[in-house]
Design a protein around this ligand. Structure first.
Ligand code: FMN
Length: 370
């Protein structure tokens, strides 16, 4: 059994393997409520062979959605719609199911990507946004309102209410979105956070609000249920967060009972320069794992099975997440297992396509069956 396909215990949750489907916005919700698209999308990915499937960023309040098509976890309708989807996905899928809880901060109120992804004014169906400081993301973006303490308390309460919905929905994992220049990441990054109160300036101050959110969610989310946070290892911009700071944030999260971090990057500045290449964020994950000791998930241009396995065997990360690799090939984990010589369970209905029962496999992937 390869390291990639060996089981992993995350708090009270037993994962079949270390392969994770990374959260991916689908921009296909209706007032925050999941639709038939989510049955299609999540249904296929729950059969992918990944041990864990993390649902897309779900706004904890309506103004915390990125776009009008984003998933929400703020209303009874949202909860009922997701329950319907999860009932189907769970009945037939094998993957454990998590969800990313998010607040988009100053990057909320944009159009869906296939309509340009540009900021939407209230007259275009957009809304007012909030952030640590009254600084827009870029020219032409909405000027956010700086959060005061009472509003910050309301946002913490919204995270808690969304968590209570996740408890009722029987989800296995919550991941808080603390990356990519959305609200928690805005507080962490000196680029977006220019506050002069207890929530800005030093790292200790910048991490205070994200830690308050994480602690409140931890209290509302049963201890045996896994709770993670996605963080930026770097903003890929001068003046942004740096990996030593992320190490300190990860250690503080660990001390508050958070079970894992997923290390990503970017999104806080349009000036970012991302050196996109295979595994471009893995060194940040490795450093966070080594120095903080928290369970770590790596993500970013991981596509090759043997290289993914190497990330786990070398101790760079405990878990490996893929996003576009799974859109391209929803059976990525089947093929990864085949490449690593592992035998993984698949739905009975699809047994006939397993390499040992289907001679065609060697013609489709001759490199694996010389
Ligand atoms: C369609 C799409 C939607 C995404 N939505 C989210 C999201 O909701 N939350 C998040 O943290 N990252 C999101 N991401 C980023 C991915 O989770 C992942 O970190 C990134 O794509 C790099 O991994 P990859 O090279 O395997 O695609 C999204 C990526 C894609 C392609």
């Amino acid at each position: 059994m390869s390291a990639l396909f060996s089981p992993y215990q995350l708090a009270g949750l037993s994962l079949e393997n270390r392969v994770v489907v990374s959260p991916m916005c689908q921009y296909s919700a209706d007032n925050g409520s999941a639709t038939d698209w989510h049955v299609m999308h999540l249904g296929q990915l729950a059969l992918s062979g990944a041990g864990l499937l993390i649902l897309e960023a779900a706004g904890v309040e309506a103004r915390g959605r990125i776009s009008p098509g984003c998933l929400g976890m703020y209303s009874n309708d949202n909860e009922r719609a997701l329950e319907r989807v999860l009932n189907v996905v769970r009945r037939h899928g094998r993957a454990k199911l998590g969800i990313q809880l998010a607040h988009a901060g100053r990057k909320a109120s944009v159009d869906v990507p296939w309509r340009g992804g540009k900021p939407l004014k209230p007259t275009q169906g957009g809304w007012e946004t909030v952030a640590p400081s009254a600084l827009s993301f870029a020219d032409g973006w909405i000027l956010p309102q700086a959060l005061d303490r009472a509003e910050m308390d309301r946002i913490i309460a919204a995270f808690v209410r969304a968590t209570e919905r996740c408890v009722r929905l029987g989800l296995d994992v919550i991941e808080l979105h603390g990356a990519h220049g959305y609200l928690m990441s805005e507080f962490l990054s000196p680029i977006a956070n220019r506050r002069t109160d207890d929530y800005g300036g030093s790292l200790e101050n910048r991490m205070r609000f994200p830690l308050e959110i994480a602690s409140a969610v931890r209290q509302a989310w049963p201890r045996e249920h896994a709770l993670g946070v996605r963080l930026n290892g770097t903003d890929f911009t001068a003046g942004g967060i740096v990996v030593d700071e992320t190490v300190a944030v990860a250690a503080a999260l660990k001390a508050r009972g958070i079970d894992y971090v997923c290390i990503s990057g970017g999104g806080n500045s349009p000036k970012q320069q991302i050196p996109v290449k295979p595994h471009y964020q893995v060194p940040f994950a490795a450093e966070v794992r080594r120095k903080s000791g928290i369970t770590t998930m790596a993500v970013g241009m991981i596509t090759n099975a043997k290289a993914a396995d190497q990330i786990v065997t070398s101790g760079e990360a405990d878990l490996v997440a893929l996003a576009r690799g799974f859109l391209d090939d929803p059976r990525w984990a089947w093929h990864a297992a085949e490449a690593l010589g592992d035998d993984i369970k698949v739905a009975e209905q699809y047994e006939r396509a397993r390499p040992k029962l289907w001679p065609g496999a060697k013609f489709v992937r001759p490199e694996l069956h010389p």
